[in-house]
Ligand binder design. Structure first.
Ligand SMILES: C[S@@+](CC[C@H](N)C(=O)[O-])C[C@H]1O[C@@H](n2cnc3c(N)ncnc32)[C@H](O)[C@@H]1O
Length: 316
């Protein structure tokens, strides 16, 4: 099996998982005794330089991962191929990436399935793209849109580096999402749409026209003001179920003898997920029974307003 082949499939359907001996051209992670990780691109004759002396790449090439190599100065390094979650946080990036904990939630919240037709924007550095491509499998399609050509080029480099070449289920378009969708000669159906951009609410109408009934639209946003605007835009549209907003906190633990406690270095905040499902054409979700909190849509509120009985009551 060649380096381009994967543990789970054939060269035609890459999973990004490499097996067998380490090869020149592969990226590996060297972890030092303090747990610091160093991403290294293996090259014949190459050296990984550290303050404790160099590690020769040739010691690793041709051997298995999971070995320990020692620098000239006597420091031991654990050598492993990175998992997808490590790859996405260590790969070169232009735009900020979706963190692995959020990518995992996105796959579950959107129920991304083998065969799904997924639209994603912006592609940014291609981190989420890698997870989406894995989830849709050989019969699915991921269409990614990125309006900055430098970021799109970086996304392509990262995706092709992870999958060891072009992925057959991926289309990357350089351009604004809405403009690109509107330029399609025939609108293509979409099962799942995932937005990671500054103003996802601007894409709701265009995606609503293409999402199948029951399809999922999800936005990953960094701030509460974006979260609120997205929720209200989905409500105002009327063709979506009541939006759900969540945040995922991941806390690693230190476990050593009797010293068992949360680690101090938690990632405090990454982003919020705002998701809703597409209703069938002509249907609106049943009006919510719950009245908005007092003042929710009071005179200080200046966002989109849904024409609901609750909203009307609140607005007087
Ligand atoms: C935070 S980055 C996306 C990161 C990406 N999800 C990842 O995991 O690597 C946001 C990207 O959205 C792009 N963008 C913003 N608005 C866009 C739009 N309307 N259409 C296409 N791309 C857009 C920006 O150029 C930027 O690269």
């Amino acid at each position: 099996m060649s380096a381009d082949q994967t543990a789970a499939g054939t060269a035609a359907v890459p999973s990004g998982v490499r097996i067998g001996p380490l090869r020149a051209g592969e990226r590996i992670t060297l972890t030092d005794p303090k747990g610091r990780r160093h991403s290294v691109l293996l090259a014949e004759g190459g050296t990984f330089h550290t303050t404790k002396g160099g590690v020769s790449h040739d010691e690793l090439i041709g051997g298995p991962e999971g070995v320990v190599v020692t620098s000239v100065g006597g420091t031991a390094f654990l050598a492993m191929r990175p998992l997808l979650n490590e790859f996405t946080v260590t790969m070169p990036r232009g735009a900020a990436v979706v963190y692995p904990k959020d990518a995992a939630q996105i796959l579950m919240a959107c129920d991304v399935f083998p065969g799904a037709r997924v639209v994603e924007a912006g592609a940014g550095s291609g981190a989420l793209t890698c997870s989406l491509l894995r989830a849709v499998g050989p019969t699915g399609r991921v269409r990614s849109y990125e309006r900055r050509d430098d970021f799109a080029a970086q996304a392509r480099r990262n995706v092709e580096s992870f999958f060891a070449g072009p992925h057959p289920s991926w289309d990357l378009t350089v351009g604004d999402l809405v403009e690109s969708l509107e330029a399609e000669s025939t609108p293509q159906e979409v099962d799942r749409a995932i937005l990671d951009m500054l103003a996802p609410w601007e894409c709701v109408d265009a995606l609503a026209e293409r999402l199948v009934p029951g399809g999922v639209l999800l936005a990953y946003v960094a701030t509460t003001t974006q979260l609120a605007r997205m929720v209200e835009t989905l409500r105002v549209h009327g063709g979506f179920t009541e939006p759900e907003a969540t945040e995922t906190l991941l806390r690693a633990w230190h476990a050593e003898g009797l010293a068992v406690r949360p680690r101090h270095d938690m990632v405090g905040h990454t982003g919020f997920l705002v998701g809703a499902r597409r209703m069938a054409p002509g249907f609106r979700a049943p009006a919510r029974k719950r009245r908005p909190a007092p003042g929710a849509y009071g005179e200080d509120y200046n966002g989109p307003r849904a024409a609901t009985p609750e909203g009307a009551a609140e607005r007087g």
